[in-house]
Ligand binder design. Structure first.
Ligand code: ADP
Ligand code: MG
Length: 623
């Protein structure tokens, strides 16, 4: 039989390699920026069009390339950065595989212009899908410009796989920020579709952080500095009170290279333990310097993971120094371990036996009776369909709620498909005695609400159910445009970074329909004077932050609309969480309004909100 093995032609091999190196436009951004840094540039410009799908261009003022090097740079495994395997352990450059340019040239149209300082003229090379289509002499400043156009032009499957422009832009900005943070002494600018997104002059680390994340960041930063034999740490952590709901601002750099490490992240979380609310994340911008011989970065071209020789020691040092810094800035609470806790019991009480705490339930409370409306114990619990749950402080706003009273009443009549055992006929539904004579629901583990129905029982996931309720409410406001707001006594000012501000600006109309009232929408600041009625003032910044992160990570699909995304995000932020205990009235509210929803069966994320268990099924279990 004839031989069947053949060597792959270079351009095929390059395309295959490209699949690894270039996953999306942001990968090109990363590779080109890193090459510019390796070329000792002092100023780096990034130009992007259509989220990088049409153009990614990086212009640097680095050392440039000779004619031969310019041509060689597109060959696979062509690199000026290492010569032997030993060099791998002394790495001071970002690149070393000599793969990036070859890979990019295999799947895009690339235009290179480069000139070395001592040369009069430079070289330009144009490559399309690994083929050199043009090479010439060109007048160009010292340094290198590489323009990558029509990414994936020859791999339609890849092109179609790309996410929406918002998502791809977010990835590009992420890469840009990582590189810019790691190199404050280099000046960076970034333009997207002709407008400036970042302009970062040469600066120190603190200024770089502030220039990227906005002027308000400055007051949040607590410096961390530590210098030991195995590890040098410098950088900042965010004060606990600024902890965020999203993990946006968490950066580790090891020897100036951005890395992700769940393990080291845990060290920071441990240092912040007890200082920040559950579900929020501390910000950090930390540079770790270790001996290059003790790490292995050679894992994968696009991976940001890294292997350390002695992770445990790094963990301990990191945690201790962050803790120390927090303590120095008088942020960590002081614990006095020597004190005998028993001494803290008041003298009078020491001989008394403990009594069981009792819970008081207002059994005469009728949620549908507008006259007797009470102040809710949990202000974010109330869905707007409940006139009875509006905060007492807004009672003078009675007029605003007129439209909603009817909604509240209507909704309670709608759940006819599910018959509640305690209320056999809808006619008696509003009868006080009927309503309270029998416990109709029961909360399990502060997580599920059990409710008896004719055929058995419902087990309702309280968090998902409430999300559904709020989601439909918000959607109704936003799309129906019958807005209800609560006015704030004092305007609320929230500072954003430029991109965050843009996202909010894009959603401004929908936010207004949802009930937000904006007074000022300046530069990087938003001033809010009115809120949707079920949004507590204290949660506003966290809600908007969640919204921004939802927009940034939105997975585009056919059904996507800004209104829908907004309603989903608000519902997610505001819904009661599992772990929250609900009193009888609140449980009943939840059950009733869930079944007043158009689509009570699933949460906005399409997960089941409740399951049923019939008496038959129960009977079977007892057989
Ligand atoms: P690597 O960075 O791993 O060496 P690349 O494919 O990214 O591989 O680049 C190949 C070579 O091209 C580099 O080693 C470098 O010599 C040269 N090169 C790439 N970009 C630039 C640049 N912006 N300025 C100067 N030289 C560059
Ligand atoms: Mg490179």
């Amino acid at each position: 039989m004839a031989d069947i093995i053949q060597l792959l032609p270079d351009h095929v091999a390059n395309q295959i390699a490209a699949g690894e190196v270039v996953q999306r436009p942001a990968s090109v951004v990363k590779e080109l920026l890193e090459n510019a840094i390796d070329a000792q540039a002092e100023t780096i410009k990034l130009l992007v069009k259509d989220a990088g799908k049409t153009l990614v261009q990086v212009i640097d003022d680095g050392v440039g390339m000779s004619v031969t090097d310019a041509r060689l740079s597109f060959e696979r495994h062509a690199t000026s950065k290492i010569r032997s395997a030993e060099d791998l352990f002394q790495l001071n450059t970002k690149g070393f595989r000599g793969e990036a340019l070859a890979s990019i040239a295999a799947i895009a149209h690339v235009e290179l212009k480069t000139k070395q300082e001592h040369e009069e003229v430079g070289t330009t090379i144009t490559i399309e899908g690994s083929e050199i289509v043009d090479q010439d002499v060109v007048v160009t400043p010292t340094g290198t410009s590489i323009a990558v156009k029509h990414l994936f032009f020859n791999i339609p499957a890849r092109r179609n796989f790309l996410k929406s422009n918002t998502v791809e832009t977010r990835h590009i900005i992420d890469e840009f920020q990582r590189v810019a943070l790691a190199h404050p002494s280099i000046s960076f600018v970034m333009y997207h579709n002709g407008s400036e997104v970042f302009n970062l002059p040469q600066s120190n680390y603190r200024q770089r952080i502030v220039n990227i994340f906005g002027p308000k960041t400055n007051e949040k930063l607590v410096p961390v500095n530590e210098d030991t034999d195995v590890l040098k740490i410098s950088g900042f952590v965010g004060k606990p009170e600024y902890a965020k709901k999203s993990r946006g601002e968490q950066f580790f750099f090891v020897n100036n290279r951005f890395i992700k490490s769940a393990y080291l992240n845990h060290a920071i979380t441990a240092a912040f333990d007890g200082l920040i609310k559950d579900g929020t994340h501390a910000s950090y911008f930390l540079n770790l310097e270790v001996n290059p011989q003790t790490i292995d970065i050679n894992i994968h071209p696009t991976k940001t993971e890294i292997k350390f020789d002695d992770e445990h020691t790094l963990y301990a040092i990191l945690r201790a120094s962050v803790k120390h810094s927090l303590g120095q800035f008088n942020i960590a609470p002081v614990l006095d371990f020597d004190r005998d806790a028993n001494l803290d019991t008041p003298y009078d009480y020491s001989n008394k036996s403990a009594s069981t705490p009792t819970i008081e339930v207002d059994r005469s409370f009728n949620p549908f009776d507008a006259e007797k409306s009470i102040a809710p114990s949990r202000s974010n619990m109330g869905s707007s369909s409940f006139s009875g749950r509006k905060p007492a402080s807004t009672s003078s706003w009675e007029g605003l709620y007129v439209g909603m009273e009817s909604k509240g009443t209507k909704s309670t009549q709608d759940f006819s498909e599910i018959q509640f055992e305690s209320v056999e006929s809808t006619a008696s539904l509003f009868d006080d005695t009927q309503m309270t004579s029998k416990q109709s629901s029961y909360q399990l583990q502060n997580k599920y609400v059990l409710s008896a129905i004719k055929s058995g029982m419902l087990v309702i996931d309280q968090h998902r159910a409430h999300q559904r309720i709020l989601y439909e409410d918000f959607l109704k406001y936003i799309t129906g445009k019958d807005t209800v707001s609560q006015q704030l006594l004092f305007p609320l000012q929230i500072q954003f970074s430029k991109q965050e501000h843009d996202i909010i600006l894009n959603l401004k109309n929908d936010l207004e329909y949802a009930g937000f009232v904006f007074q000022n929408f300046e530069d990087q600041m938003v001033e809010i004077i009115g809120l949707p009625i079920n949004v507590p003032e204290s949660e506003v910044s966290i809600i908007l932050e969640q919204l921004i992160s939802d927009v940034e990570h939105e997975v585009p699909d056919a059904n996507f609309s800004a209104a829908d995304l907004l309603a989903k995000s608000l519902a997610k932020s505001l819904a009661i969480k599992s772990g929250q205990s609900l009193n009888q009235t609140e449980q009943d509210h939840l059950v009733n309004s869930l079944f007043a929803c158009k689509d009570p069966n699933v949460s906005p994320a399409n997960r089941p909100t409740f399951i049923t268990m019939t008496v038959d099924e129960l009977d079977k279990k007892f057989m």
